[in-house]
Design a binder for this molecule. Sequence first.
Ligand code: PEP
Ligand code: MN
Length: 339
Amino acid sequence: MLIVMNVAHTKEQLSGVVRHIRKMGFKAHVLPGVSSTAVGITGNPRPLDPSLFEVLPGVKQAVTVSKPYKLAGRDFKRADTVIHLKQGGLAIGSDTLVIIAGPCAVESEEQTLRIARKVKKAGAHILRGGAFKPRTSPYAFQGLGLPALKILAAARKETGLPVITEALDLESLEAVYKYSDIIQIGARNMTNSSLLREAGRLDKPVLLKRGMAATIDEWLMSAEYILAEGNSQVMLCERGIRTFTDYTRNTLDLNAVPVVQKLSHLPVLVDPSHATGLRDKVAPLSRAAAAVRAHGLMIEVHDRPDEALCDGPQSLLPAQLKELIAQLRAMGKVLGYKL
Ligand code: PEP
Ligand code: MN
């Protein structure tokens, strides 16, 4: 339910509405807008009767929200969410196409610093690198863990680039929160509600990847778990879904970008690396993602992909990233984004 206040409502009337909602045992979210103020209600297990609120002083209208998600939806918040990073002064969800680049995994300090310098030189804004890796095989490289977080912090110190890395579970979430500028929740954990809730209690941005077989509503419901705990800094990342395709790792669902941007105010990024699994497909799909106006790209880069411990075949070489960024920059002049 969304309570729309009269334009000329008083402060007392607004707090009266909030009090009324809380007395009913629900959560009230004051949503100031450019032309009108609204109060969103969450926590109600069943639809509420609008007339319960329309009789309150200062209320213009009570609107039933039909979507299963509320805080993630445009009904509750019309304006785009822009996430400002302290490190680097970046705005994600704005008119800048944000480039996240780096190795799939942090393999050593030397490897990460080397690649960090190269992606910075190529024009990337944020450094990625997995410390805790969710691998299909238990025998595959699982990431360096805590030492990798310290390596990422060293790379940030040297390059000035903010860093993003994945939290796999509650234990790694605590460590990632401490070291990383953005907390990544991966495709395999999109429905891990306890992890989502805990990330929602933190005060750092969260990048939530789409599950490999998740519908858009399911994905937005996962974002809702984070938002409902109070963390409003959520961005989404489309990374390809499972289909019957047999020539690429996944199928990049570019429809998801404009579809989600209509339904939700949250920034939407695209990961063409895990979506395609093939180095030579990453640049064309990156350009396509920019063309549908994704807010950013997350691209795996390795300068020695043959030696990479994880996802070498889909990693761009630094020179390829540089060329791609130049192309994306030229495209931005036509499409109206900055890079
Ligand atoms: C990753 O970005 O490191 C990753 C594991 O991606 P995904 O969760 O999309 O598979
Ligand atoms: Mn990877």
